[in-house]
Ligand binder design. Structure first.
Ligand code: FE2
Length: 102
């Protein structure tokens, strides 16, 4: 499992249709949920603790927040080609509190 630190939005573009063994799996953040209403469902449902991307075909685009843990299990199929990108801001401005990254 890993995250994409400092990335506000990350995305994956599947350039080939992935084998079912190598579907990207996501997991909810492990902490900070004590004061949040939860609606956990069995594994596989988008509201479960873990969620595996359903069938994806070449050309599928998946967007997710960079803090969301995810992994790709070992590929048991043919070559898997994806393009992964991160949107990393060079500045943040929150109600006048401003920071610029160099
Ligand atoms: Fe990743």
């Amino acid at each position: 499992m890993h995250i994409h630190a400092n990335s506000s939005i990350s995305w994956i573009v599947y350039l080939t249709t992935p084998h079912e063994s190598a579907r990207t799996a996501f997991r909810k953040p492990s902490g900070g949920g004590e004061f949040v209403f939860k609606n956990d469902r069995p594994s596989g449902h988008p509201n479960s603790e873990t969620w595996v991307l359903p069938d994806a075909a070449a050309g599928t685009l998946v967007l997710y927040p960079g803090f969301l843990e995810h992994r790709v299990p070992p590929n048991e199929g043919q070559q898997r080609v994806t393009m992964a990108l991160n949107a990393i801001p060079d500045r943040l401005d929150s109600l006048g509190y401003y920071i610029h990254f160099q």
